[in-house]
Design a protein around this ligand. Structure first.
Ligand SMILES: NC(=O)c1ccc[n+]([C@@H]2O[C@H](COP(=O)([O-])OP(=O)(O)OC[C@H]3O[C@@H](n4cnc5c(N)ncnc54)[C@H](OP(=O)(O)O)[C@@H]3O)[C@@H](O)[C@H]2O)c1
Length: 258
C-alpha cells in the first residue's frame, strides 16, 4: 500500500498556486480539511486565496520564487516548524513560451528551464529530506502530455516536461523503498492564464476546477500517472508508440501542418 495523505498527517504544499490549476487544487485540498501552504511570487494573490472560506481546512500563503534554491529550502523548514513535515507536495509552478527552432533565445530557454526543471528540483529535494525524516509523504510533479514526444512550437517547454516525466520515473524506484509516493501529472489543455494567450486551437480544453479535481482524485489513488482528459492524452500516447515517419505525419496532421 502506498501512502495517501490525510489532513491529520501534516500540511500540503502546492507551488504555483496563486492562480490557474494550483489555486484550484489548493481550494480542493482545503475543502477536504487539509492545511495547505500555497507558494508563488505574487503575495497579494496568495493572500486573496487564503482569505476565501474553504471548508474545514485552511490556506496559508508562503511567498516563494521557486528558482531561488535557498529560499525553497527555507520554505520547507518554515512549514515543518509551523505545521510539521509536508504530508503531500504538489510541484506545479511552471511557465510556457512557444518557441520555434531558429527563433529560440537563450533568455527564453533559461527562463522555462529554470522554472519548470530547476524550480521543481529546488522544492523537491528539501521536501524529500523532510519526508525521509517523517518516513512518509506523497509528491505529485506537474509535467504535461507535451512531454510525451516532440510537438511543433514546443521545443523548450517540451524538453522540460519530458525531463520531469523521466525524472519521476527514475525517482520512483528509490522513493517506493522509502515509503514516499511519487506521481507525475500529465494534463492536456486546461483553461488557465497560461493557456489564455495561446492562439492555436486547444482540443478538449477543460476547466481549471475539473483539472484540480482530477489531480486531487488521482493523488488518492496508487497510479503513477495522473493524466486527463484521456480522450486527448491517450491519443497522444498512441501516436508516440508509432514509428517516427508515422509519428511525424500524424502529429503534423493533428496540428494542421505543425
Ligand atoms: N494549462 C494547461 O493547459 C497545462 C497543461 C499541461 C501542463 N500544465 C502545467 O500545469 C502547471 C500549472 O499551469 P497553469 O496552467 O495553472 O499555469 P498559470 O495559470 O500560468 O499559473 C502558473 C503558476 O505558477 C506560478 N509561478 C510561475 N513562475 C513561478 C516562479 N518562478 N516561482 C513560483 N511560482 C511561479 C504563477 O504565480 P506567480 O506568477 O504569482 O509566481 C502561477 O501561480 C504548469 O507546470 C504547467 O506547465 C498546464
Amino acid at each position: 500500500m502506498t501512502f495517501t495523505a490525510k489532513p491529520t498527517d501534516g500540511p500540503v504544499w502546492i507551488t504555483g498556486a496563486s492562480e490557474g490549476i494550483g489555486a484550484h487544487l489548493a481550494r480542493e485540498f482545503s475543502k477536504e480539511g487539509f492545511t495547505v501552504y500555497v507558494s508563488a511570487r505574487t503575495t497579494e494573490k496568495l493572500e486573496a486565496l487564503s482569505a476565501e472560506n474553504n471548508g474545514s481546512g485552511k490556506i496559508v500563503p508562503l511567498t516563494l520564487d521557486v528558482t531561488d534554491r535557498d529560499k525553497a529550502a527555507e520554505a520547507v523548514a518554515l512549514m515543518e516548524k509551523e505545521a510539521g513535515p509536508p504530508a503531500a507536495v504538489v510541484l506545479n509552478a511552471g511557465t510556457f513560451k512557444p518557441q520555434r527552432a531558429g527563433e529560440i533565445t537563450f533568455d527564453a530557454l533559461d527562463l522555462v528551464r529554470d522554472v519548470n526543471v530547476g524550480g521543481v528540483l529546488n522544492c523537491l529535494l528539501p521536501a524529500i529530506d523532510a519526508m525521509k525524516r517523517s518516513e512518509k509523504g506523497q509528491i505529485a510533479v506537474v509535467a504535461s502530455c507535451a512531454g510525451y514526444g516532440g510537438l511543433p512550437n514546443n521545443a523548450s517547454y517540451g524538453l522540460t516536461k519530458a525531463g520531469l516525466i523521466n525524472m519521476c520515473e527514475s525517482m520512483k524506484f528509490d522513493l517506493d523503498r522509502m515509503g514516499i509516493k511519487i506521481q507525475v501529472v500529465t494534463p492536456g489543455f486546461v483553461d488557465t492564464p497560461l493557456t489564455e494567450k495561446n492562439e492555436f486551437p486547444m482540443p478538449f480544453l477543460i476547466e481549471g476546477e475539473e483539472a484540480a479535481r482530477r489531480i486531487y482524485d488521482g493523488m488518492r489513488s496508487d497510479g503513477f500517472e495522473i493524466t486527463f482528459p484521456k480522450r486527448l492524452t491517450y491519443i497522444l500516447k498512441f501516436i508516440n508508440l508509432l514509428p517516427y515517419p508515422l509519428y511525424f505525419w500524424a502529429t503534423k496532421m493533428a496540428t494542421k501542418g505543425g
